[in-house]
Design a protein around this ligand. Structure first.
Ligand code: AOF
Ligand code: ZN
Length: 367
């Protein structure tokens, strides 16, 4: 199938729409939908918060008089089953849509081509596979969960020019305001954020998104804390609103109880032979919780363990223009983390100037 320039324009728009709700659609992927009539956009839709309604419902239900001759551009194959939401195929068929253009087939075994089949069986022209790679970026966490039973994992690193991750004495931050704001935007488009106990003890972070208008998009917070040392007076514990989970190997019931009383979930995880919590167990827990996208914000031990398993999709590396000559350095800490530019596994996907800071986005080679 050859797609027209108009097709490209409308699908590109649907993909941009989908990007808006990534990290906020629960177990569902964030899907974008654009409806046109005579090559003019008449409605748009995105999968709603926590996955309801589906993008197609959002777009169709806001049209008062549904015209004939409509084309629907949708980033994921419309669903054909009744789950938490009614099947989108039924609605498209009922509205006598003329053509549906789909970027990516839904790998969910209960859909997986059945949506396309039903649309075609009802005389609707279906074209699929358009801009699939681009669309997949928004669906990636969902697809990973369906196919491999663990979420999309992205890592954020902030370092000095020469790879130090702890600010100079007397300073609170390594990177500038723009970098930190970008970091907050990353928090808003991930379902969950993870840090290790050392980061909790040294930084006392809050891990929420503090950009105006996006605060309610803050991710679920996760601490990897083998011996349950998270201080009860840490910001994370004091601010917890049923949105904090601690993974631990501790069986200290009295201590466990004092977190649970505050609505914090304590999940027991086995240790591996190095004495660290087993990542696979944590990941299958996150899969069951329907976390599609996980952001790891450090420290180096946690980030390195995930990188070593070759399961990290993107690394967002913020660096300042200055060298720091003390503290913990990534190049001393772990070769793999510091050598992403030369790594066989990662490609430099993007480099963005943030005033005197630089953000480099590395992507895991999928070929
Ligand atoms: C669509 N449009 O916007 C999304 C879809 O439990 P339910 O009913 O919400 O169904 C969940 C499944 O629907 C999900 O696993 C995926 O296969 C599909 N997501 N489908 O037609 C949408 N988000
Ligand atoms: Zn649907």
């Amino acid at each position: 199938m050859k797609y027209s320039l108009d097709d490209n324009f409308f699908m590109d728009y649907a993909i941009r729409l989908a990007a808006r709700n990534v990290g906020n659609t629960g177990e569902n992927p964030s899907v974008g939908c654009v409806i046109t009539s005579n090559n003019k956009i008449i409605s748009i839709g995105i999968t709603g918060k926590n996955g309801t309604p589906h993008a197609e419902h959002n777009a169709i239900n806001s049209i008062k008089n549904f015209p004939i001759n409509t084309t629907v551009y949708v980033t994921l194959e419309p669903c054909s089953h009744s789950g938490k939401n009614p099947p989108c195929t039924n609605l498209l068929i009922k509205k006598k849509v003329k053509r549906v253009v789909i970027a990516q087939k839904d790998p969910n075994p209960i859909v997986n081509g059945e949506g396309i089949r039903q649309l075609k069986a009802n005389g609707i022209q279906v074209d699929y596979g358009m801009s699939e790679k681009l669309a997949q970026e928004n669906h990636f966490g969902f697809i990973n969960n369906v196919k491999y039973k663990f979420p999309e994992i992205n890592v954020k690193v902030a370092s000095s020019k020469n790879g130090f991750t702890i600010p100079e004495e007397g300073k609170k931050w390594i990177t500038n305001y723009l970098s930190r704001s970008y970091g907050h935007a990353l928090r808003s488009n991930h379902d969950a954020i993870m840090v290790g106990i050392n980061t909790v003890l040294s930084d006392n972070p809050s891990l929420d998104c503090r950009l105006n208008g996006l605060r309610e998009r803050s991710p679920v917070k996760l601490i990897v804390d083998t011996d349950l040392k998270t201080p009860l007076d840490s910001i994370l514990v004091e601010n917890a609103k049923n949105d904090l989970i601690i993974f631990t190997n501790s069986l200290d019931n009295k201590r466990i109880n004092s977190y649970e009383k505050k609505g914090i979930k304590i999940i027991h995880i086995k240790k591996n032979n190095k004495g660290y919590l087993k990542i696979d167990e944590i990941l299958s827990f996150l899969n069951k919780m329907n976390i599609n996208r996980l952001l790891i914000e450090g420290g180096s031990t946690i980030s390195t363990s995930f990188l070593k398993k070759n399961i990290v999709n993107l690394v967002y590396w913020f660096s300042s223009k200055n060298d720091i000559n003390s503290g913990k350095s990534l190049n001393k800490y772990d070769k793999k983390l510091n050598n992403l530019r030369d790594s066989q596994n990662f490609l430099l996907k993007d480099s963005i100037n943030l005033r005197d800071n630089k953000l480099e986005i590395f992507s895991f080679r999928k070929d």
